[in-house]
Design a binder for this molecule. Structure first.
Ligand SMILES: C[S@@+](CC[C@H](N)C(=O)[O-])C[C@H]1O[C@@H](n2cnc3c(N)ncnc32)[C@H](O)[C@@H]1O
Length: 273
């Protein structure tokens, strides 16, 4: 239950602060999101030394940047995510902080990355201004998010089932459209509005491999905040119909005993002049 009047930021913070959610995300979604990290680092990091990974989760991109020789720090506002990051990557620094008010001085970094953080920020443009502030001149930013639901099949089948059998107008704290930055033109507009130049937006193929057609519904229930809340707010009858529709749609992708769902990432990068 979400308390009436809860801000979108606090709603996300409460969700991501649950141990089970952090574990569910790691088990179900990190095998997809980590597929974008190579492209994300290629777009921003180069041979940079000081790199910050915002909304690091269990530290995936920060650890990969450190593996490339960078002095990397990961930032997240979720205590269980940070605990997992520190456990899994003891050689990397992790700090608790908010994407809208990064705990660093101006011009602290050569590169800033955020892998799938954008759809969770209450004010993505404020985050981009913060990114601009903490980067040095000539520093690079790269962020990723999901491609539109027509292309992100694994998420698309859940949203289609919700639209067909449930209600989208349930009372949740209002936040930016989850797929806002799936649109390359929006990425470019927001990057330029924050002061960045030469934005480049690419698409990175990613595949969600699941063992059973039940898995996408289970994954969304266990590893997401906003979409799981949308599902939990449905009537029991609607939820059962959504679950069945997701299972049937996922079954259509069964090939030789495995289900593979396209889940491309949009990767946007730009430079601070
Ligand atoms: C979808 S996960 C992405 C995790 C990871 N970067 C990856 O590659 O899979 C989103 C992460 O953003 C964090 N997050 C969401 N809003 C945030 C905010 N305003 N400030 C800092 N972290 C935030 C959550 O705690 C969560 O760990």
């Amino acid at each position: 239950m979400v308390e009436p009047g809860t801000s979108f930021r606090d709603f996300e913070h409460q969700g991501w602060s649950a141990e089970d959610l952090a574990r569910g995300y790691h088990d179900h979604f990190s095998p997809i999101t980590t597929q974008a990290i190579g492209a994300l680092l290629d777009a921003a990091v180069g041979d940079c030394t000081r790199v910050v990974d915002v909304a690091t989760g269990a530290g995936y991109a920060a650890a990969a940047a450190a593996g490339r020789g960078a002095l990397a720090v990961g930032v997240d506002f979720s205590a269980p995510q940070l605990a997992a990051a520190r456990r899994q990557h003891p050689g990397v620094e992790f700090r608790q902080g908010d994407a809208g008010a990064l705990p660093f001085a101006d011009r602290s970094f050569d590169a800033l990355v955020s892998n799938f953080g954008m759809p969770h920020f209450p004010d993505p443009d404020a985050f981009l201004r913060e990114a601009f502030r903490v980067l040095r001149g000539g520093g690079r930013l790269a962020f990723s998010c999901w491609a539109a639901p027509q292309e992100s099949i694994g998420l698309g089948i859940v949203f289609s089932a919700l639209q067909a059998h449930g209600r989208m107008d349930v009372p949740l704290p209002p936040g930016p459209n989850f797929f806002l930055f799936s649109d390359p033109a929006q990425c470019e507009r927001s990057l330029e509005a924050a002061g960045f130049r030469s934005p480049v937006v690419t698409k990175v193929p990613q595949v969600w491999r699941v063992a059973s057609p039940e898995a996408p519904f289970e994954a969304v229930m266990r590893g997401t905040v906003r979409t799981a809340a949308l599902l939990r707010a449905q009537t029991p009858e609607a939820l059962a119909a959504i679950r069945t529709a997701v299972r049937e749609a996922a079954s259509d992708h069964l090939r030789e005993g495995a289900i593979e769902l396209a889940m491309p990432a949009v990767v946007a990068a730009a430079e601070k002049p």
